[in-house]
Design a protein around this ligand. Structure first.
Ligand code: KIV
Ligand code: ZN
Length: 506
């Protein structure tokens, strides 16, 4: 029997640790629903003690997941963390506490200032304490990738004896080479008493661009759980990308003696959703989900693929959810065609909701000849953003050019529906629009990033703007907006970031 590899998603915890990728509870729930559609085995929903928002997300995702996935909350090896995590997980049908401590010399000596004995003592205590709340306790040996083999084995043996059900061996700093990391897992398999009764998990970071390779090396040597994120989101250079590691296993399952239960056809949608919510764009040449992942441009390649797809394509794009639809939506398409296409993309809309999307679709189709799947996803995401907004954009008009002074007139509606119109000038049209928005919203922050990219191809493509603003507290908020007019996208994106900032400080 092929080994089943559990997929432990940490997009909502480690992924959220990417600067500017913070998400509110509603956004996390949207992603959690998609993770359930993907069929992940475990959702790490947050770090409950870190903020009321994280606590709430773990609580709500616990209710959402039911029997369909284990829900996990992160803690340090600190009693209070564990108590708060247990409280956040109390409605989970399958709760797991994920506790741990640094085990490398660097972490023990320079960060924690503890001896090896104290490290083991704290690890064992944390696992034992977590066990008083839940049966399923996962222990992480932070910075295991740089730890001493024998000491790591000693810690792992002690936490297994204390009741850990899963032992997580992270390469926290993304330092290892795949064969060394594989050897480390094998060493534990060969030397730790009781390891055959627990799940070995690998959690790899991408600092040297090898997170996927490290995870696969772990699986090859005995790990049966992989911790990963959608799009490889995560602290610094990110974590193992779920879409990469799962497709790696799918492609090489026989030699790895491994399989997963992931519904890979949901990958592209998951990727776009996470990118849209976090504002972290996916590079075009990103494996599996990048815009160019299945694009063949050289004549020789095109010729080969036309003769037989697998001459240059190792994965059928449909397997990861790249649409092969032949239906082109235009302004002449009716409700039924739009509903059908949205359903194929995984969105179910009925009645008034469908009418609203249809109206937005017609607006877009009037300006663009053909509406692609990416445009539809952008419309759906735009609608989600508008639904949770405190301030909404009612209108924006700019006059600019040489030698005019760029001027913007902006109308916003507040949460009560009251409109305010203001006029401002700036160094350029976007600056003028942002000054006008600032005048109404009145929140202190700095714009730290602004970028525009087209959603699809062609001069009539939707322009998607991503902005990051830094609040007075130092926290960074991302905003996105899409429209055929990039001044409107810019206004929507800025307002989206300000709305998120205001919601988080409520
Ligand atoms: O990278 C890491 O070590 C972690 C742990 C908290 C699991 O994220
Ligand atoms: Zn990590």
């Amino acid at each position: 029997m092929t080994r089943k590899i559990d997929i432990f998603d940490t997009t909502l915890r480690d992924g959220e640790q990417s600067p500017g990728a913070s998400m509110n509870t509603e956004e996390k729930l949207v992603i959690a629903r998609q993770l359930l559609r993907l069929g992940v085995d475990v959702i790490e929903a947050g770090f409950p003690i870190s903020s009321p928002g994280d606590f709430e997300s773990v609580r709500r995702i616990s209710e959402l997941a039911g029997d369909n996935a284990v829900v996990c909350g992160l803690t340090r090896a600190i009693d209070k963390d564990i108590e708060v995590a247990a409280d956040a997980l109390k409605y989970a049908k399958r709760p797991r506490i994920h506790t741990g401590i640094g085990v490398s010399e660097s972490h023990m000596r320079d960060k924690l200032r503890i001896t090896e004995e104290q490290c083991i003592e704290r690890a064992v205590h944390a696992v034992g304490y977590a066990k008083t709340f839940v049966d399923d306790v996962q222990f992480y040996a932070e910075d295991a990738g740089r730890s001493d083999f024998a000491f790591l084995a000693k810690v792992i043996e002690a936490v297994i004896a204390a009741g850990a059900t899963v032992v997580n061996i992270p390469d926290t700093t993304g330092y290892s080479l795949p064969w060394d990391f594989g050897e480390r897992i094998k060493y534990l398999v060969d030397n730790v008493k009781g390891i055959e009764d627990v799940t070995i998990s690998v959690h790899c970071h991408n600092d040297l661009g090898m997170a996927t390779a490290l995870s696969l090396a772990g699986v090859r040597n005995g790990a049966t759980q992989i911790e990963c994120t959608i799009n490889g989101l995560g602290e610094r250079a990110g974590n193992t990308a779920m879409e990469e590691v799962v497709m790696g296993i799918r492609m090489h399952g026989e030699e790895l003696d491994a399989r997963t239960d992931i519904n890979t056809r949901e990958f592209v949608k998951a990727s776009r959703l996470v990118s849209s919510i976090t504002g972290m764009n996916v590079q075009a040449n990103k494996a599996i989900v990048g815009a160019n992942a299945f694009a063949h441009s050289s004549g020789i390649h095109q010729d080969g693929v036309l003769k037989k797809r697998d001459t240059y394509e190792i994965i059928d794009p449909a397997e990861v959810g790249v649409s092969a639809s032949q239906i082109v939506l235009t302004a002449r398409s009716g409700h039924a065609a739009l509903k059908h296409r949205l359903e194929e993309l995984g969105y179910a809309y009925e009645g008034e909701e469908l009418d609203r999307i249809y109206e937005a679709f017609l607006n877009l189709a009037d300006r663009k000849k053909e509406v692609y799947d990416e445009d539809l996803e952008s419309l759906v995401n735009e609608r989600d953003r508008e639904e949770t907004a405190l301030f909404s954009l009612e209108g924006v008009q700019v006059s600019c050019g040489f030698p005019l002074k760029p001027t913007a007139t902006v109308t916003l509606r507040d949460a009560e529906g009251a409109p305010t119109t203001v006029c401002e000038w700036g160094t350029g049209p976007v600056d003028a629009v942002y000054k006008a928005i600032d005048k109404v919203v009145q929140v202190r922050c700095d714009l730290s990033e602004f970028s525009v990219q087209s959603v699809t191809r062609g001069i009539d493509a939707l322009g998607e703007v991503t902005v990051r603003v830094k609040a007075a507290s130092g926290e960074v908020f991302t905003g996105r907006g899409a429209d055929g007019d990039i001044i409107v996208s810019s206004a929507k994106a800025y307002l989206n970031a300000l709305n998120r900032l205001l919601t988080s400080s409520r």
